[in-house]
Design a protein around this ligand. Structure first.
Ligand SMILES: Nc1ncnc2c1ncn2[C@@H]1O[C@H](COP(=O)(O)OP(=O)(O)O)[C@@H](O)[C@H]1O
Ligand SMILES: [Mg+2]
Length: 396
C-alpha cells in the first residue's frame, strides 16, 4: 500500500456562519506532489494553511481531520504545532518580497528555522543553504545569501524562499502560488527550478495555483476546488484529457481558447511605426517598435519584466513622447505629447494601471463621484457627452 503522508478528511472551515471549506478530503503520498487548483476564493490557501495546522484569524476549523503521518495536526497543542512548523512542514508564500525581513541577510533567514529547531549546527545549515541555492539555480550560490532581500529580483527571492522551505529537510512543503506574481518568462524558469528541487530532494508538496497549466508542470495529481468544495480529482493526464465535470472542462478549455478569425476587413484604429522611446537621452527602451491595432480588436503585448510593455503604454497614452517614429489614431496623426492632444483624443485613449494608485479614488477636495469626474472634466472641455463614434462603431 502506498505510504500516505497527509490525509485530510471531511475538512470544514467556517468564517462565522459562512462555510469557506466544505467537506474536502484528499490524500498525499510520500514523495508526490498534489496540485490544488481553483479560482480566487475557492479556499486553496485556507486548505493549504490547514495542512500546516493553521487558520487565519476570523476562521474556525469546525470539522474534519488533517493527519500527518497518522497524527491529526488539527488537535495538536500550540507547543506541538510549533515543533512541527518550519521543520516537518514548511511554506512558500506568493510574495517572498513581502515575506522576507528587509533588515536581515537572506542566508540568516534561510537557515533560521533549521537552527531554531536545532536540526543542524550553523555551519552545516549554511552549507545546506548554499547547496540549495545552487540546486535552485541562484547566481553565485556560495555568496548569494550575503544579499539583503532588496538585492534580489522577484524570481530570485521566490527561489530563496524555496531554499528556506527545503533547508530543514521537511516532509511536506505547501507552495501557495509561488510564481503567480512573476512575469511570464521568470515564472517558467522559477517553476522549473522548484520542480527540480522537489524531485531531487524527494519532498512531498501541496502546490496551490489558480493556473492549471502551472500546476500541470509540477504536480502528479490535481484536485480541482470551487467555492470551498471539491469538484474533481485525478492525474494530470486525466484532468487534461478527460475532465469529468463541466467546471474542470471550462478550466481546461480556458487554456485552449481559440478566437474566431474575423471575416470582414477592419479599419486601422491605432498604427505605430518605428517608435524609439526611453527615459534618458541616448538610450532607448523601445527600439523600432511598430504595430497595427484594428478597430474592435484586442492586441496583447507580452514580454518579461523590463522589456518595455509599460513604456509602450506610456507612448500610446501620451505620457512619454517618442523620440522618433510615427503614431496614427483614428485616421489622423497622433501627437506624441499629451499637451498637444485634443480633449477628444485624451478621452478616447484611456489606461487601466496595474496597481490603482491609493487615494486616487478619494481625493477629498474633489466633489462628486470620482468615477464620473473624467466625464465632467471632458464635458467642461467641450467634448461630446454622447458616446463617441468609435464606441458606436465597435463591432461585436
Ligand atoms: N480570515 C478570514 N476571515 C474571513 N473570511 C476569510 C478569511 N480568509 C479567507 N476568507 C474567505 O475564505 C474564502 C477562501 O479564501 P482563500 O482560501 O484565500 O481562497 P483562495 O486561496 O482559493 O483564493 C474566500 O471567500 C475568502 O474571502
Ligand atoms: Mg490564495
Amino acid at each position: 500500500m502506498a505510504d500516505i503522508l497527509l490525509k485530510v478528511s471531511d475538512l470544514e472551515i467556517k468564517a462565522g456562519d459562512t462555510t469557506i471549506v466544505d467537506g474536502v478530503s484528499f490524500e498525499l503520498e510520500k514523495g508526490r506532489v498534489l496540485g490544488l487548483i481553483g479560482g480566487s476564493g475557492a479556499g486553496k490557501s485556507t486548505i493549504g494553511l490547514a495542512s500546516l495546522g493553521h487558520s487565519h484569524d476570523g476562521l474556525q476549523i469546525t470539522g474534519g481531520r488533517a493527519e500527518l503521518n497518522g497524527r491529526d495536526i488539527l488537535q495538536l497543542s500550540k507547543r506541538e504545532t510549533r515543533t512541527l512548523r518550519g521543520a516537518t512542514v514548511t511554506y512558500v508564500a506568493q510574495s517572498a518580497a513581502a515575506a522576507f525581513n528587509p533588515a536581515h541577510r537572506l542566508i540568516d533567514q534561510v537557515i533560521e528555522a533549521t537552527l531554531w529547531h536545532g536540526l543542524t549546527g550553523r555551519a552545516e545549515a549554511i552549507e545546506r543553504a548554499k547547496e540549495l541555492f545552487a540546486l535552485l539555480g541562484l547566481p553565485d550560490p556560495k555568496n548569494f545569501g550575503d544579499r539583503y532581500p532588496h538585492q534580489g529580483s522577484g524570481g530570485q527571492l521566490q527561489r530563496a524562499m524555496t531554499a528556506m522551505a527545503l533547508c530543514p529537510y521537511p516532509e511536506l512543503i505547501v507552495f501557495d502560488e509561488p510564481t503567480t506574481a512573476l512575469d511570464v518568462t521568470t515564472q517558467i524558469e522559477v517553476l522549473a527550478a522548484i520542480k527540480q528541487a522537489i524531485a531531487t530532494t524527494a519532498t512531498s508538496a501541496l502546490y496551490i495555483s489558480h493556473d492549471l497549466a502551472v500546476v500541470a508542470q509540477v504536480a502528479d495529481e490535481i484536485l480541482v476546488l470551487r467555492d470551498g468544495r471539491m469538484v474533481e480529482r485525478g492525474s494530470v493526464a486525466n484532468i487534461f484529457n478527460s475532465p469529468k465535470k463541466d467546471y474542470t472542462r471550462r478550466l481546461v478549455s480556458l487554456r485552449q481558447t481559440e478566437k474566431p478569425a474575423h471575416a470582414e476587413a477592419r479599419d486601422n484604429l491605432l498604427s505605430i511605426v518605428g517608435i524609439e522611446a526611453g527615459y534618458t537621452p541616448g538610450t532607448s527602451v523601445l527600439q523600432n517598435v511598430s504595430l497595427d491595432l484594428l478597430l474592435g480588436e484586442t492586441l496583447a503585448v507580452v514580454g518579461e519584466s523590463g522589456s518595455g510593455k509599460s513604456t509602450l503604454a506610456r507612448v500610446v497614452t501620451g505620457l512619454l513622447p517618442a523620440s522618433s517614429g510615427r503614431l496614427r489614431f483614428d485616421g489622423q496623426e497622433l501627437p506624441g505629447a499629451l499637451a498637444a492632444r485634443t480633449s477628444d483624443i485624451l478621452r478616447n485613449i484611456q489606461i487601466v494601471n496595474q496597481i490603482p494608485r491609493p487615494g486616487a479614488q478619494s481625493a477629498p477636495d474633489r466633489p462628486g463621484d470620482p468615477v464620473a469626474s473624467p466625464r465632467l472634466l471632458f464635458r467642461a472641455k467641450g467634448c461630446r457627452p454622447e458616446p463617441s463614434p468609435l464606441c458606436a462603431a465597435r463591432p461585436d
